[in-house]
Design a binder for this molecule. Sequence first.
Ligand code: HEC
Ligand code: HEC
Ligand code: HEC
Ligand code: HEC
Ligand code: HEC
Ligand code: HEC
Ligand code: HEC
Ligand code: HEC
Ligand code: HEC
Length: 269
Amino acid sequence: MKRQHPIFSPVAIIGTLLLLIGLVLGLYTTGGQAFSPGELSAGGTIGQNLNGYASHASFGEDCRQCHAPFQGIEASRCENCHVTIGEQRLAGLGLHGRLLTADCAACHSEHQGPEFRSAALALEQFSANDHARLFPLTGTHVQLECESCHINEQYLGTPGDCVGCHDEPDLHRGLLGTDCAGCHTTDGWRPAELTGHEFKLDHGDEGQIACATCHTITFNEFTCAECHSAEEIDDEHDDLNITPSELADCAGCHPTGTEDEAERIMGER
Ligand code: HEC
Ligand code: HEC
Ligand code: HEC
Ligand code: HEC
Ligand code: HEC
Ligand code: HEC
Ligand code: HEC
Ligand code: HEC
Ligand code: HEC
């Protein structure tokens, strides 16, 4: 009996072809990466099953969940499970919503073994510059532990307004409003600086005038009568031809209390 050539036999040729097709298919379906560079993380701090999986390791063989064939990591694949991240990106919320890149792998590594926690590493690498894009840490805030603002390691949804973290003190008697940054910086509560106060507190020539001299009852109202007598006021405005009720709006013509501005303002009317 004639023995078949061991390499060019039909069986061997078909077998080799099948192997080749299998390899190509395999390469294709695994995103061109036939070999995983390492085991996937087997846990997480989110504390939830996502699409029925407990961790990345529980679907680790299915490379396509994260890798697009021949293209590497694709955000939309991650967001099939991490729906909330996709929502934040759509709504422009928080860190993920204000990212300059959709390249998840720029911050989130993988294949570092079952104990690896991707979010913890990303947080470690989260710099002061990154933080400043969301909320600059200035003044006394620089010294604070992360934990003092991010209680229980909750990062998303931290309030950014001063009043979100600081109650108006009793001293203010509820009269100063909640735009704290109009009078305070993060350097310290004292001294307060009225950055939004147009009327100069040291107008005239007697130095700084105490708040209560003009604001005798609330900060919504003021009086100038303590120093500018009704007689003086009448004299100064005699020739202006305005009614007493118009005259009462001192700040309308004297917004800062400096000389000659009133004439200019009246001229513009
Ligand atoms: C098939 C669903 C699925 C896909 C796809 C997926 N993940 Fe996850 N991911 C999970 C699950 C499940 C957890 C663990 C949940 C937990 O923490 O309890 C997790 C956890 C995480 C964590 C938190 C880990 C930690 O340190 O607490 C990060 C970050 C993360 N995934 C990023 C990604 C990125 C980036 C991609 C795309 C490359 C991705 N995931 C794709 C299901 C998925
Ligand atoms: C949970 C999502 C996820 C799954 C599932 C996953 N990978 Fe990855 N893989 C990643 C991430 C994220 C990176 C980028 C890691 C980095 O840059 O540190 C990566 C990187 C790689 C790399 C390095 C080259 C590159 O693209 O950056 C290879 C190769 C790779 N993965 C192969 C595989 C294979 C093979 C499988 C399936 C057996 C697989 N991966 C499953 C998330 C995943
Ligand atoms: C004085 C308070 C304060 C301190 C201290 C602080 N942060 Fe923040 N952090 C914020 C505020 C406010 C935001 C903005 C939240 C937003 O706009 O979505 C924020 C946002 C973040 C985010 C983005 C969360 C997300 O998913 O959108 C991360 C991450 C973060 N901070 C990490 C840190 C780390 C790490 C430290 C310590 C090195 C720290 N922060 C210290 C107030 C603070
Ligand atoms: C600029 C770096 C950066 C990029 C890019 C980035 N992340 Fe994150 N990610 C972080 C940091 C820092 C944390 C931890 C702080 C936190 O939870 O907000 C985090 C936490 C997470 C978590 C766990 C917390 C949670 O809310 O579920 C998931 C899941 C996640 N990222 C997925 C993604 C996906 C998906 C992408 C790509 C669309 C992505 N990340 C891109 C930095 C980044
Ligand atoms: C219109 C200006 C103004 C606004 C708005 C304002 N403050 Fe003040 N605040 C002051 C002045 C004036 C003082 C007294 C400063 C001094 O005595 O040197 C003060 C003092 C304080 C003090 C020190 C109290 C003490 O007993 O030592 C705290 C704390 C404070 N403000 C918190 C806030 C917070 C929180 C907000 C926003 C909810 C706020 N302030 C809004 C003007 C303002
Ligand atoms: C995310 C929370 C958060 C936000 C937003 C925030 N702070 Fe703070 N701030 C803190 C914490 C926590 C401390 C330290 C504990 C304390 O003194 O209340 C602090 C401390 C301070 C101090 C020092 C107090 C002292 O007695 O030394 C000042 C001043 C201050 N903040 C001003 C501001 C101003 C002004 C804003 C708005 C521009 C602001 N903070 C926004 C959390 C916040
Ligand atoms: C504590 C006393 C005091 C109070 C209160 C006061 N002023 Fe004066 N003001 C002065 C003195 C002193 C001068 C300088 C001498 C002068 O022209 O009478 C002055 C000057 C002025 C001038 C002229 C500007 C200049 O530089 O010569 C105007 C305008 C003025 N005040 C408006 C007001 C208005 C409006 C109020 C109320 C919102 C007010 N003042 C409250 C003491 C006061
Ligand atoms: C010389 C008089 C004068 C003094 C002193 C003065 N203010 Fe005023 N303040 C005014 C005038 C005038 C206005 C009204 C400006 C306007 O209506 O455009 C005003 C407005 C305000 C407002 C805004 C009220 C509102 O309705 O929004 C606040 C808050 C305030 N002052 C706080 C203070 C504090 C705190 C001090 C002491 C540090 C102070 N003022 C000292 C004259 C004064
Ligand atoms: C309709 C505009 C108008 C109103 C309202 C008004 N003033 Fe005048 N005031 C003037 C003009 C114009 C002058 C002339 C000199 C100038 O330009 O300051 C003047 C002059 C003054 C002077 C003298 C300035 C100097 O250079 O010596 C004082 C003080 C003064 N006003 C206070 C007040 C007070 C207090 C009130 C509120 C009761 C008030 N004014 C309301 C327009 C006004």
